[in-house]
Ligand binder design. Structure first.
Ligand SMILES: NC(=O)c1ccc[n+]([C@@H]2O[C@H](COP(=O)([O-])OP(=O)(O)OC[C@H]3O[C@@H](n4cnc5c(N)ncnc54)[C@H](O)[C@@H]3O)[C@@H](O)[C@H]2O)c1
Length: 308
C-alpha cells in the first residue's frame, strides 16, 4: 500500500512538473508580448499621492498625472516648493492638495496619512519618490549622512505602507510605485550607501508583492511597480561621467515622469529609464562578474565625488 502511494506521488509530481514547464513558457511569452502591447489604463478619478512632489521627477509626475484627470496629493518636506507644485496644478483648473511632511518622521506620516484619507479620500496610487543622493567615497560619508540616506530612501517607504496599505488591502485596490535606481541594480563608486538604499527598495518591493500574493491566495489586486532611472537632470547629482554621452544622455525630468506613469498605467512590475537597461543588465548578469565588469569599465560611467 505504502509503495503504491509513493508511486502515485512520484507520478503526480511528474505531471505537476510537466504542467509547470508548460505554464512557465506560456507565461514567459505572454509577459514578453505584454511588454510591447500592454495598454495604459485610465487614471481619471484616481487619487495619486507623491512624496517629494516639490521638485524634479516628483513634481513632473504630479503635473502629468493631474493632466490625466487624477487628483494629486503632494507631500514634500519643503513647504514652499510643494505649494508651487500644488498651485501650478490648481492654476490649470485641476485638483491638488499639499501637505508639508518629512517622510522620515513616522508619527507625522501616520498623522498626515489619516488626514489625507479623511480630507481627500482613499489613495489609489502611492508613489514613494522622495530621495537623496550624497556622492562621495564611503569613508567620507558621515554617520548622520548614512542614517539620513536610509531614513529617507528606505525607512520612509515602510511608514508610507503603514499609513496607506491597510486601506488598499481593505479595498483590494491600489498601486504602489517605488523609485529605486539603476544604482539599485549595479554597484557604483562614490554611491555605496545610496546603492545600498536603492538595492533595499528593490528587495522591499519584491518581498511585499510576494506577501500580498500569498496572504490573498493569489487574489490581491494591489499592484507594485519598481522604477530604475539612470541619469535624470534634476540636480540630484553633480559631475556625472559617461564615455559615450550621446548613447546614454541625461534625460529630462519630464521624460522620466512620462516613462514612470506609463509603466504604472501598464501595470509593469519593473521598468528602467531608459527601458533597455534592465534587460541588458539581466543578460550581462548571466556571465561571470569579472567579465560583465569589463563592459562597465569600457563604458566608464559613474558620478564623481563632491569631496576633493
Ligand atoms: N535624478 C536622477 O538621476 C535619479 C536617478 C535614479 C533614481 N532617482 C530617484 O528618483 C527620486 C526623485 O529624484 P529627483 O532627482 O527628482 O530628486 P530631487 O532632489 O529633484 O527631488 C526630491 C524631492 O524630495 C523632497 N524630499 C527630500 N527629503 C524629503 C523628506 N525627508 N520628506 C519629504 N520630502 C523630501 C525634496 O524636497 C525634493 O522636492 C529619488 O528617490 C531618487 O533617488 C533619481
Amino acid at each position: 500500500m505504502a509503495e503504491s502511494t509513493s508511486l502515485f506521488d512520484v507520478v503526480s509530481v511528474f505531471f505537476e512538473i510537466i504542467v509547470l514547464i508548460v505554464k512557465f513558457w506560456i507565461t514567459t511569452f505572454v509577459s514578453i508580448y505584454k511588454i510591447f502591447t500592454a495598454e495604459e489604463r485610465s487614471v481619471e478619478g484616481d487619487i495619486v499621492l507623491i512624496t517629494g512632489a516639490g521638485h524634479g521627477i516628483g513634481k513632473e509626475m504630479a503635473i502629468q498625472y493631474s493632466a490625466l484627470g487624477a487628483t494629486i496629493v503632494c507631500w514634500d518636506i519643503n513647504e514652499h516648493l510643494n505649494l508651487d507644485t500644488v498651485n501650478l496644478i490648481k492654476s490649470k483648473g485641476r485638483k491638488a492638495y499639499g501637505y508639508t511632511v518629512d517622510v522620515t518622521n513616522r508619527e507625522k506620516v501616520l498623522e498626515t496619512g489619516a488626514k489625507v484619507l479623511k480630507e481627500v479620500g482613499d489613495v489609489t496610487i502611492l508613489i514613494n519618490n522622495a530621495g537623496i543622493m550624497p556622492q562621495h567615497q564611503l569613508l567620507k560619508h558621515t554617520e548622520n549622512e548614512i542614517k539620513k540616506i536610509f531614513e529617507i530612501n528606505v525607512l520612509a517607504h515602510f511608514w508610507m505602507f503603514q499609513a496607506f496599505l491597510p486601506k488598499m488591502i481593505e479595498n483590494n485596490k491600489g498601486h504602489i510605485v517605488a523609485l529605486s535606481s539603476m544604482a539599485g541594480i549595479l554597484g557604483s563608486r562614490n554611491l555605496v550607501p545610496y546603492c545600498g538604499s536603492k538595492f533595499a527598495v528593490r528587495g522591499i518591493q519584491e518581498a511585499l508583492l510576494e506577501e500580498l500574493r500569498a496572504d490573498s491566495n493569489g487574489k490581491s489586486k494591489i499592484k507594485l511597480t519598481t522604477i530604475y532611472p539612470y541619469a535624470i537632470g534634476t540636480g540630484l547629482f553633480q559631475d556625472f561621467k559617461i564615455r559615450f554621452p550621446k548613447l546614454m544622455p541625461v534625460l529630462k525630468p519630464e521624460e522620466a515622469a512620462a516613462a514612470i506613469i506609463s509603466a504604472q498605467r501598464k501595470g509593469m512590475e519593473e521598468a528602467s529609464i531608459p527601458r533597455e537597461l534592465l534587460h541588458t543588465n539581466k543578460i550581462f548578469r548571466l556571465f561571470p562578474s569579472p567579465a560583465a565588469r569589463l563592459v562597465g569599465d569600457f563604458l566608464n560611467t559613474y558620478v564623481e565625488s563632491d569631496r576633493k
